[in-house]
Write a protein of this length. Structure first.
Lengths: 369, 281
């Protein structure tokens, strides 16, 4: 039995559907990240787990017990909000201990628990201050402390790092990972930042349009996405998509034509009956920039450079192909990017195929395609 | 470094002149009261009127007479109790209602709030007779609760507190819910402390209004034991009163001192409160 089981859960406001038939299993101690664009329903799902939002249909069970009708505080969940939601009129001690005071614990117990949490999060020197006197990172730590002190079964994080600057975000990310390792508690984290999701998650749940598009370990989603949305959403820079046509099915593979205009290629993928327009997906690292004067075999494309993003150790080169398709290529420091047009070699062994409905076309004989 | 001085424009001079004139007009009656009280009887209004006090001891003697030989001191007490109970009630009911109206959704919330706001536009004169009849039927005439209770539900106070509580982030309320706080505990521990400034402002405005309220105490209590300062001052001012002008002025001055002091101490909060609520009390 999964630790947290979300079964056929839907949510609607009047006639407006927000979440549709969500099914998800979360194991104890897992770090799960809900990721997706704004408005995909990830925060709503988190709030439904916390009890702050009602469930229109379906069930949410924690340790086998359905919690649909259980009050938020009694569910054993604790939430860290994007805005921190600290009580500005209370000291940090007051903020962290608020839940314990509401539960009518003794003063000694409260003091020892707060001291313990303050030790974990290095808040000892801040306990007498008020939230207004703290920096963003410190406020975030207090918000986490307020959650930890209640010893919840599940931690819920609603975009907790969004209000921090880039440097602090990376630091807090590392602290969260460390905290998860030390506490070993189940954590569910909502973000729209796929880099954050990739770095934090044991299990990444990509959502769009109120549905779970795919759930699994981050690298599985990166390497083996179920559909075009997941392929495009996971990874930075995002996957390149080239519209192509499959012509008569060849034995032992698929014959592609119309790649960036009139390129053709053979893909060793068992997909009988596949004829018509499709898309091939290629990660930027699977495209190589060729020297201006080269004579290598294989499929070449030519693209006009529109933008080069220098990142120090590498560059992202944005190009327009002849048929207007835009591509992004990862280039090393040694690549010669001075020419206005570049020749590209694509590694079709890593290419993924997507039908016009956005679903992945998988090999019918093997796991990979 | 050069100091740049700009010559005041005619417009600025006119503005200041007008402001000073209005201030003089507003202050003169108060000054005149002080002048009459702290002078020998009849002196300021003699053939050669004086604009400044001449006798501190005469003033003190008049105050002593008012406090010891009339019912003034008891009226002071009644007014004070009336004001304190009204403030407590207005703050309690106003903040409880504002908490619900501003932070929670319930069926009919908008309509109910609209009705309450509409009541702000109904003049007191229209509601005073039905209120009197109700108070009378309850047998509350000539009682302290008859004096206080009808003034406890303040639409103005509710409106002002709602404006404030709307600024309390929803996340904070939800965080408290997750922390296990009950509905009342959220109100008590979160919403109320966050609205402390608004509560102080409302308390001050309610005090000013209650202290100066003449009509309702006059209607509801005919027994002299329940007279407020306003009614006692009214007796001093009445046409058949045997009091001399300087004694009447002393009674008036004593009645004006508490709100004046209040205003001087809390001036900033009052102005802030009125500005924030976007209306006047």
């Amino acid at each position: 039995m999964p630790f947290l089981d979300i079964s056929s859960v839907s949510k609607s406001y009047g006639t407006q559907g927000v979440l549709e038939n969500i099914n998800l299993s979360i194991e104890e101690g897992e770090f799960v990240v809900f990721v997706g664009p704004s408005g995909c329903g990830k925060s709503t799902l988190l709030r439904m787990i916390s009890g702050l939002e009602t469930i229109s249909s379906g069930t949410i069970a924690i340790e086998g017990k359905v919690v649909n009708d259980i009050e938020p505080a009694a569910r054993g969940t604790a939430m860290v909000f994007q805005s921190y939601a600290l009580y500005p009129h209370m000291t940090i001690f007051g903020n962290v201990s608020f839940g314990l005071r509401m539960a009518r614990n003794t003063k000694e117990f409260i003091a020892s628990k707060v001291a313990q949490v303050a030790g974990i999060l290095q808040l000892n020197k801040l306990l007498e201050r008020r939230p207004g006197q703290l920096s963003g990172g410190q406020k975030q730590r207090v918000a986490i402390g307020r959650a930890i002190v209640r010893e919840p079964r599940v931690f819920l994080f609603d975009e907790p790092l969004s209000n921090l600057d880039a440097e602090l975000r990376v630091q807090m990310r590392a602290e969260l990972m460390d905290l998860h390792r030390r506490l070993g508690t189940t954590m569910i984290y909502v973000t729209h930042d796929q880099v954050e999701a990739m770095t934090l998650a044991d299990k990444m749940v990509v959502m769009s349009g109120g549905r779970v598009q795919q759930a699994g370990p981050p690298l599985t989603l990166y390497d083996d996405p179920d559909n075009r949305f997941v392929a495009g959403f996971v990874g930075s820079p995002k996957m390149n998509f080239l519209p192509v046509k499959t012509v008569e099915p060849a034995s032992g593979g698929v014959q592609l034509s119309g790649i960036a205009g009139n390129g053709t290629a053979f893909l060793p993928l068992e997909a009988p009956g596949l004829i018509g327009p499709i898309e091939i997906g290629l990660r930027p690292e699977h495209i190589r920039i060729l020297p201006a004067s080269g004579s290598e075999a294989g499929l070449f494309l030519e693209g006009r450079v529109t933008l080069i993003e220098e990142l120090g150790s590498e560059s992202f080169v944005h190009l327009d192909l002849d048929d207007g398709t835009r591509m992004t290529v990862r280039a090393g420091r040694d690549a010669d990017l001075s020419a206005p047009t570049l020749r590209l070699a694509i590694d079709l062994s890593h290419a993924l195929l997507f039908g016009i409905d956005g679903d992945r076309i998988r090999s019918q004989s093997g796991p990979r395609a | 470094m050069t100091v740049v001085t700009t010559r005041p424009t005619i417009w600025t001079v006119l503005k200041w002149a007008l402001a000073i004139l209005i201030a003089l007009i507003a202050l003169f009656p108060i000054w005149w009261m002080v002048n009459v009280v702290f002078s020998m009887p009849g002196e300021p209004v003699s053939l050669n009127p004086r604009l400044w006090p001449t006798s501190l001891s005469a003033g003190i003697e008049k105050i002593r007479v008012i406090f010891t030989e009339t019912e003034y001191l008891r009226a002071y007490g009644i007014s004070l109790i009336y004001a304190v109970l009204t403030i407590a009630g207005v703050l309690t009911f106003g903040s409880l209602a504002a908490f619900e109206f501003s932070l929670f959704d319930f069926p009919g919330r908008r309509i109910l709030f609209g009705i309450i706001l509409l009541s702000l536009m109904v003049p007191t004169a229209v509601t005073i007779i039905p209120t009197y009849l109700l108070t009378s039927q309850l047998g509350w005439l000539n009682t302290m609760h008859g004096l206080v209770v009808p003034g406890l539900a303040s639409a103005f106070g509710l409106f002002m507190l709602v404006q404030f509580m709307r600024a309390v982030p929803k996340d904070m309320i939800e965080a408290a819910r997750l922390d296990g706080a009950s509905h009342f505990q959220i109100y008590w521990h979160i919403a109320l402390p966050l609205c402390r400034n608004a509560m102080v402002t409302l308390a001050i405005l309610t005090f000013m209004q209650t202290w100066g309220n003449y009509m309702w105490p006059l209607i509801v209590s005919s027994k002299p034991q329940l007279y407020t300062v306003g009614q006692v001052v009214g007796l001093f001012n009445s046409p058949l009163s045997h009091q001399t002008v300087d004694m009447v002025m002393t009674a008036n001055l004593l009645a004006a001192i508490p709100p004046l002091l209040f205003f001087l101490i809390f001036q900033r909060k009052i102005v802030e409160g009125v500005a924030m609520s976007g209306t006047k009390g």
